[in-house]
Design a protein around this ligand. Sequence first.
Ligand SMILES: Nc1ncnc2c1ncn2[C@@H]1O[C@H](COP(=O)(O)OP(=O)(O)OP(=O)(O)O)[C@@H](O)[C@H]1O
Ligand SMILES: [Mg+2]
Length: 556
Amino acid sequence: MKENHLKKMSLTTETKKIFGIDLGTTNSAIALRTASSVPTLIQLGKKTTLPSCVMWENGQFIVGEEAYSKRYQSNVIYSVKRLMGSNKTITLVDGENSITLTPAEVSSHILKELCKRASVYYDDIKDVVITVPAYFNQKQIEDTLKAGELAGLTVHHILKEPTSAGYVYSNIDSAESGEQVIYDLGGGTFDVTHSVLIRKTPEVQKTINYLESYYDIKISTSDSDESDKYYSRVLGTYGDMHLGGDDIDTVLASILLSNEGLAKQDISEEDFEKLVLECEKFKKSGMIGFDFTIANKTFHMNQESLKSATRVVYDKTLAIMQPLLSNIKSNNIKSIILVGGSTKSKYIREWLAAEFPMATVVCSLNPDETVAQGAASVGFDIAGGVPFKFQDVLPLAIGVLVDETTVSTCLPTNTSIPYSTSKLYTTLYDNQQVLEVKLYQGLSSNPNDCTFLGTIRIENLPQAPKGELDIIIDFILAVNGRLRVQATIGDLTKDIEIENIFSVKNTTLQKDTFKDTFLSLAMDTDNTKVIELFKKREEVFGEEREAIESEILMAL
Ligand SMILES: Nc1ncnc2c1ncn2[C@@H]1O[C@H](COP(=O)(O)OP(=O)(O)OP(=O)(O)O)[C@@H](O)[C@H]1O
Ligand SMILES: [Mg+2]
């Protein structure tokens, strides 16, 4: 029976396809890696990208190009990614009828449409890796997972967009060892990641020694497999969730209005949206000039106005990059990897080349496609059981509220993932039954400037006089970017699913009997496979955990 099971497992591993999805603010894409090291985007009709716009008409959802062309209508939602993780809802109005949706629900329609269109080529799209901006907080990550779940998908990994693009380039043999800046300017978000790629050459140790002393970090290559061609690690990530190519279009529209002596409020909202749409078309066309008439007024678009609008957004990206620029020696940067549709702008390329004079501007792959390709690469690795070789960081610190006024950091900004840390708590009253800890994420110690993630609530504490109960709370950041919290009191351990960002499944402290029973068995017999599986089990919840538990049982 054991043999049969293993046979089935290896067969599944061989045949399982894990697709990579770039769930973008403006455009989404899906890719698959088969044999070639560079994954392929799947055709979605005429193009390989799908506008992330959802229209609700006659009770049906229409996703993509048609919705995009009518995005000024009240029954269309676009840029929903900007609302992920918020409590906002979206009401779409179609004549007399209306529907209210959460951002995760809207996103699930985009995912469903992607899979539906790609199903022309593949009939088994169930397993996916989805990318998110590096600057997404845990709530936004959870919302993305929820969107996947609502679309009926199994999300194996949530991958950061710049990391994803970096991963694709790492797999290309021509990628140079050294420090990289991954500049990702899409439609609605900006992320910049500073990373290091080390190829295994005789020179490698020199580079490692230098980087370790310059950044005061430890880079280990010993744990990676000898057959690996490279080692890569993210050193820092910065970004803005509300900055992208969409802003260039809006700024350009405002410039054009002001050239005509008008302000935004002088034309209707719908006309302004139409003007913004034309600005985007002009921006992408590469034309020298273009005249457009709207509301009986003619607007003159030209490259000079476009350059000014682009500069406004570019300057904002530079300001965001400031902490990174002050930390790095810009002469050390070997490559600037361009990601996101907005990096097709010749102005942005020019300005970046001037900012990093010693670096090569890398854009050999289509910047619209690299994020989905990276996700497909990771999917391919997961399906083949290959460990992920790109070590990532936590972009926004996570902390707990103390004295109701201050956020005390548990997981600092740019902590390397995976990571775990513990905090010790005790009770303030005799026989206290409940302990509540509020969790925040952000760059400030002021809770008002951070995102409230949720409350860790531990109920049914054992009876004890005040101050005599030691409650250890472990914060575990798994490789897939998911945060797990675990509380231990004596020999009682509990996985806490934080209220608000996770659904609460079990509020009573309980023994981890599975671990207690089987881990010691594996230790006694020195069963390394099972010990490794136990490590994996620590990083996942729910069904994924149950699957690993059955694997453990079979391997014992
Ligand atoms: N040739 C071009 N020149 C300038 N900008 C362009 C060009 N082509 C596309 N863009 C812009 O790229 C943006 C879309 O990029 P992309 O598809 O990478 O974004 P996204 O993945 O949807 O967004 P995000 O990564 O922010 O979630 C749009 O603002 C679009 O106008
Ligand atoms: Mg993108």
